[in-house]
Design a protein around this ligand. Structure first.
Ligand SMILES: C[S@@+](CC[C@H](N)C(=O)[O-])C[C@H]1O[C@@H](n2cnc3c(N)ncnc32)[C@H](O)[C@@H]1O
Length: 255
């Protein structure tokens, strides 16, 4: 059932992303641009590092979407277990990955799974080296369940880590949530279901499952020039942080 208010029509998250999948990669989403920068700064050096010491490192990507990061992970030589609830988003990712050379494109398993559902994700305990989840957190009902799954599947050693990014709560609090414009004249949006998780709640929920925060960054739109570089949708966010990223590792005594 759809709910319409303030130029937003809210549908189930699956319906939203199935419909958004056609334009998700091309509609000028500034969060993706900021996300790419942090991924390059935080995740990529770690991906490069662990690869030297592990023959076949495995990354589970929760909410892989159209494969923006799946491509980066595969190109960095990782095996990827790509999980998403939207079949249409995963299909876009599969088309993208099909363009890679053979050794990379055969290094991925795809799982359609609802992280908010009752069923446990079908990945073995202590079986992956890292978990990456970008821009998914706002759709997660229970952060405790989300981080419990991450903890369960991570290998219990010093090298394991999880890189999580999120739309900053600043955006949600000014009425913004993940979705896309369906009418350019009225500005009407189709949105999925989102939750306002505070930064503190995110960190605490991770802590409860023995994941401790190693790095935290916020990014935003610094000034007019920065807004121009990010695109037309950035202007209204000048001076505000709109993106948050977290690097977690396992607490020592849990290893
Ligand atoms: C904003 S997109 C991010 C996609 C990709 N990680 C990226 O950064 O481009 C959010 C993704 O999370 C997925 N998602 C949302 N809720 C989910 C859930 N409950 N279980 C699994 N995936 C979910 C959506 O289908 C969508 O592909």
């Amino acid at each position: 059932m759809a709910l319409t208010y303030n130029k937003k029509t809210v549908v189930s998250t699956v319906e939203c992303y199935d419909a958004w999948s056609n334009t998700y990669d091309s509609d000028g989403n500034i969060l993706q641009l900021l996300d790419d920068i942090v991924f390059e700064e935080i995740a990529q050096p770690l991906l490069n590092y662990i690869h030297k010491s592990n023959m076949r490192p495995i990354c589970c990507e929760l909410g892989c979407g159209t494969g923006r990061n799946t491509m980066k992970l595969l190109s960095s030589g990782w095996f990827v277990i790509a999980v998403d609830v939207s079949t249409c988003m995963i299909q876009k990712a599969q088309v993208r990955v099909a363009q890679l050379e053979e050794r990379h494109k055969s290094s991925v398993d795809w799982i359609i799974h609802d992280l908010n559902g009752d069923k446990e994700l079908s990945i073995n305990d202590s079986s992956v080296d890292t978990v990456i989840s970008t821009l998914v957190l706002e759709h997660i009902i229970s952060l405790e369940q989300f981080f419990k799954t991450i903890y369960r599947i991570l290998k219990k050693n010093n090298d394991s880590w999880a890189f999580i990014t999120a739309m900053h709560p600043n955006m949600y609090q000014t009425g913004s949530q993940a979705g896309f414009i369906i009418d350019n004249v009225t500005g009407d949006k189709l949105c999925g279901i989102s939750f306002d998780h505070s930064i503190q709640h995110i960190i605490e929920a991770a802590n409860k499952t023995s994941l401790i925060l190693i790095k935290y960054f916020e990014k935003g739109v610094d000034n007019e020039e920065h807004a121009r570089n990010l695109g037309s949708r950035a202007k209204k966010w000048i001076g505000r942080n709109i993106h948050a990223s977290f690097l977690f590792k396992l607490r020592k005594h849990e290893i």
